[in-house]
Unconditional design. Structure first.
Lengths: 109, 522
């Protein structure tokens, strides 16, 4: 159960770190994050990842906990990458990208 | 870091990865399967009944001793392994005076021997990743160590070469050819980087006694006696005490069991072994099941004749603590179900990283060929064929191993050996297909074959045994159910691969048609 909590923390931590990056923030919100928000997101991301480490330690003890954490981080990071690639926002993005040439064609007319 | 330095690392990364890439893929895939060796063992021995609760250790000890008394009254050494959730059977093994080992699985409830089919099981798959089966052990250890060294070079240079792996941690751009393969290679590499480094480095540590003998020889001598002394020191094994030839009744084993259970709690003993039973020098060893960490499980030693504690088997000390911790990290025997799955997934990520790296090499060069219009070099064709035969062919071979387990006659001579031959013969056949057929055709056909071989495995299991998927789910036998479901998942993965190859082929075909249409005088 604690392991599941650690996974949730790692997932949200990586999500925050991804959002702090220009590319992914632009994909979701249309523009890179303002400087302050990027710093805040990065800080939150690292705090959540450290909390995930703490939860892993609470779940499996001081020696196996970090091992569990590494495994969970792998899964969490891959999941975040997959959501950014195939998730709902990426689909609307592709639609928007598809809509662009139409609009420009309309503009020319 | 200067640009020049990064550039100089590129050939190192490319060639360290390519030259042993196929071996690394083999080592990673079979080693990854090895994390579930015990579970695969069970699937491959369906005669072992499903059980979740067991009688008390004392009752089982009585049954095991009775069986050993019947079949091995004069054994020089006997071992009794108690069941746990992963291995739900009682196991006895013994060494006769002629130094031949025997082992038997017993029903924990009755003590009756279980007649299991002759199979290599998951143990074989696990051992394959460092033993390489058909080769002599020392040669295999050297080869695997050399590959691991190349892997370490490839990982370290990879972090330097793929300059944006941390900035592109979450970036995967699908359907963009070379770009997508590079993204996948990077994401798989960097997300499981701690695992990749740990597994490669600890793999080298595993085999260091073979590959770095100079220091050992310098301190202990290279003769067999010196080597024995070294291993006694290194592995913290107590020295064997030879039988004195003076008869003395060994105390009943229940006494040792209850003393150990008083120390660790009930149900915590993994095995009890007796050496030189009935001699004044008899030694009884009692081992605790899970250590619950990266250390070694505690083992108690007793004088068999007096029942007196001889002490505890030495815990590793000094540098050995680090060595043992690394080996335990590599094997992950301490892992519970969740962590075992994470190990397995990390291993798959490593396997896929190697596969995408191998494929990337060909995609890059193929693209250059296509744009310049020159025919592919022989090296490129060779690598492409080896890739197909390895990346898809090996999984097909492993599926054949599972099929053989269910379909070979139970009473066949050398059954276990033939399961293994089936695997390698099938694998060789896939290389033949890869060499013979057109490139896209070979990808398509072998992926299709892999999809069918894994997708149908649950059907074969349901027909050949009475432990099909539905029965397993109904009785909550998650080891069997998970094996069948995992086979289906692997089948689906290869089906996706078939779809991707077909789409690519279609795109290429339409591309050619439109090109032809443009060039056509009109």
């Amino acid at each position: 159960m604690m392991a599941l909590g650690a996974l949730a923390l790692a997932l949200s931590g990586f999500a925050a770190l991804a959002l702090a990056m220009d590319k992914h923030h632009r994909d979701l919100f249309g523009s890179p994050p303002p400087r302050g928000r990027a710093i805040a997101l990065r800080a939150v991301g690292w705090v959540l990842l450290s909390m995930s480490l703490a939860a892993s330690g609470a779940s499996s003890g001081p020696s196996v906990g970090p091992v569990l954490w590494c495994g969970l981080m792998t899964v969490a990071a891959i999941l975040v990458a997959l959501v950014l690639t195939y998730g709902p926002s990426s689909r609307s993005r592709r639609k928007r990208a598809g809509a662009k040439p139409l609009r420009s064609a309309a503009g020319r007319r | 870091m200067s640009r020049g330095f990064r550039q100089t690392m590129v050939p190192a990364h490319t060639w360290a990865g390519l030259t042993v890439g196929w071996m690394l893929y083999f080592i990673f895939l079979t080693g990854t399967a090895g994390y579930f060796d015990t579970e695969i063992d069970r699937w491959m021995r369906p005669e072992i009944p499903f059980a979740e609760t067991f009688p008390s250790r004392a009752e089982m000890l009585m049954r095991a001793e009775k069986r050993l008394g019947d079949v091995a009254p004069d054994a020089h050494e006997t071992w009794i392994f108690f069941p746990d959730k992963r291995s739900p059977f009682l196991e006895v093994s013994w060494e006769n005076a002629d130094h031949v080992w025997h082992e038997e699985m017993l029903d924990p409830e009755t003590g009756a021997p279980i007649r299991v089919r002759d199979t290599g099981g998951g143990q074989f798959l696990y051992q394959l990743h460092y033993r390489l089966h058909y080769l002599p052990p020392v040669l295999a250890f050297w080869l695997v160590s050399a590959c691991a060294m190349f892997m370490l070079v490839a990982i370290c240079t990879g972090v330097i070469v793929h300059k944006k792996i941390f900035a592109d941690l979450f970036t995967f751009r699908p359907r963009k050819g070379q770009r997508s393969w590079l993204d996948a290679h990077n994401v798989l590499g960097v997300t499981a980087l701690p695992f990749h480094l740990m597994i490669t480095y600890s793999g080298l540590v595993f085999l260091m006694f073979t590959t770095m003998p100079v220091l050992i020889n310098a301190f202990y001598g290279s003769g067999p006696e010196g080597q024995t002394r070294f291993f006694i020191d290194a592995l913290s094994r107590p020295t064997d005490s030879p039988p004195a030839g003076v008869a003395a009744q060994t105390r009943p084993l229940t006494e040792f069991l209850s003393e150990a259970e008083r120390r660790w709690g009930e149900g915590s003993v993994r095995y009890i072994s007796v050496e030189n039973a009935g001699d004044v020098n008899a030694v009884v060893e009692v081992n605790r099941s899970a250590s619950g960490g990266l250390g070694t499980a505690e083992t108690l030693l007793f004088h068999g004749a007096t029942g007196e504690r001889r002490g505890v088997v030495d815990q590793p000390a000094g540098a050995n603590v680090l060595r043992v911790a690394l080996l335990n990290l590599h094997e992950g025997l301490f892992a519970d179900t969740v962590l075992r799955w994470l190990y397995f997934l990390s291993g798959l990520a490593g396997t896929a990283m190697i596969a995408t790296g191998l494929h990337l090499w060909t995609v890059k060069r193929r693209q250059k060929n296509t744009s310049s219009g020159t025919p592919p070099a022989i090296g490129l064709s060779l690598v492409e064929r080896l890739n197909i035969g390895t990346i898809v062919g090996l999984p097909v071979g492993i599926a054949a191993y599972f099929w053989a387990n269910r379909l070979l006659p139970l009473e066949m001579d050398g059954r276990a050996a033939w399961e293994i031959h089936t695997m390698f013969l099938t694998w060789v056949a896939t290389f033949a297909v890869a060499a013979w057929r057109r490139r896209d055709g070979a990808w398509l056909e072998l992926s299709g074959l892999a999809a069918a071989a894994y997708g149908l495995l649950p059907v074969v299991n349901a027909v050949a045994t009475d432990r099909g998927l539905i029965v397993s789910i109904a009785r909550g036998d998650w080891v069997f159910a998970a094996f069948d479901l995992a086979a289906v998942a692997v089948g689906l993965f290869f089906l996706l691969l078939v779809r991707a190859v077909r789409r690519k082929r279609l795109q290429a075909a339409t591309g050619r048609i439109s090109e032809a249409a443009m060039e056509a005088p009109g």
